[in-house]
Ligand binder design. Structure first.
Ligand SMILES: *[C@@H]1O[C@H](CO)[C@@H](O)[C@H](O)[C@H]1NC(C)=O
Ligand SMILES: *[C@@H]1O[C@H](CO)[C@@H](O)[C@H](O)[C@H]1NC(C)=O
Length: 262
């Protein structure tokens, strides 16, 4: 059995961070699961309402809840299946004549048991969307180092996430977690375990090579060990705070009390 779970979507056009909604349409699919027999072909229904032409749009069929889930991608008037899940290679097609009528149904040939599961179709006017400034959060000590997580939202197509040290060398990091929002845009998240360094400077770079777009955030908040550094000398005390404001409240207050005694 193969389920097709198309969601109703609101679509818009994105130019960089600016959202310009020029037209709204819904993407509809069946509520009932689609049932198929192994070895046969099946149509996963999906269509636009109103029935505007989808020829100039992007049509994307994905498997839900798997990494790199592309089952079929139609973009810039052609099928772009280079990054398709390998098991679907040569087994998918849209209906070119039907696309003109807003019918974005997918034909899946030679159904296999591994095809079973929920699918989603996205249809959008999105051609590019540059996401948000990456946000770095500190998860504290984990697996022998300090765990930092970088997150950025609202990208299309999917960007890469790279962690770098203070010299710009890329750091070995966990796999990039990817999610799609209701508009079909990508949220990416990647974790790295770092060791403290002298500068405590780490960069998260999110880049989309096709668009030649890049956003990065630099941190010097490596963890609890260096919550602040203190330089004494010349009759003064300089406190450098490397943590967040809420943590500062306690420690800075403590320090002000101590400082009063120097
Ligand atoms: C869209 O739907 C209307 C009403 O069902 C139909 O008359 C029309 O031919 C359709 N348009 C296209 C392009 O299929
Ligand atoms: C879309 O096209 C497929 C294949 O021709 C057809 O089976 C299906 O009924 C069409 N759906 C709609 C809503 O026209």
């Amino acid at each position: 059995a193969t389920n097709s779970g198309c969601k109703i979507l609101e679509q818009g056009i994105y130019h960089n961070l600016l959202l310009q909604k020029i037209q709204l349409f819904e993407v509809l699919g069946p509520v009932q699961p689609v049932v198929a027999v192994a070895g046969e072909d099946v149509v996963l229904p999906c269509y636009l309402k109103p029935n505007i032409s989808a020829v100039d749009l992007h049509v994307e069929w994905i498997r839900v809840q798997i990494d790199n889930p592309i089952v079929h991608l139609y973009r810039d008037h052609e099928d772009r299946n280079e990054n398709q899940v390998p098991s679907y290679r040569g087994r998918t097609s849209l209906f070119p004549e039907e696309l003109k009528k807003g019918n974005t149904s997918l034909k899946l040939y030679d159904v296999r048991s591994s095809d079973d599961g929920p699918y989603k179709c996205f249809t959008s006017l999105v051609s590019v969307a540059v996401g948000t400034q990456p946000v770095i959060s500190n998860e504290g000590y984990k697996e022998g180092g300090i765990s930092l997580v970088c997150e950025s939202k609202g990208w299309y197509p999917q960007p890469q996430v790279v962690w770098m040290d203070s010299e710009g060398h890329s750091l070995p990091a966990g796999h990039t977690e990817t999610q799609r929002d209701s508009m079909g845009l990508f949220t990416v998240r990647r974790r790295v375990i770092v060791q403290e360094t002298e500068t405590n400077r780490f960069t998260c770079r999110v880049l989309q090579q096709e668009l030649n777009e890049m956003k990065e955030t630099i941190t010097n908040i490596p963890g609890e060990l260096h919550i602040f550094s203190i330089n004494k000398g010349g009759g003064g005390v300089v406190v450098r705070w490397h943590g967040g404001f809420s943590q500062c409240l306690l420690f800075c207050l403590l320090f002000v009390l101590l400082d009063a005694q120097f």
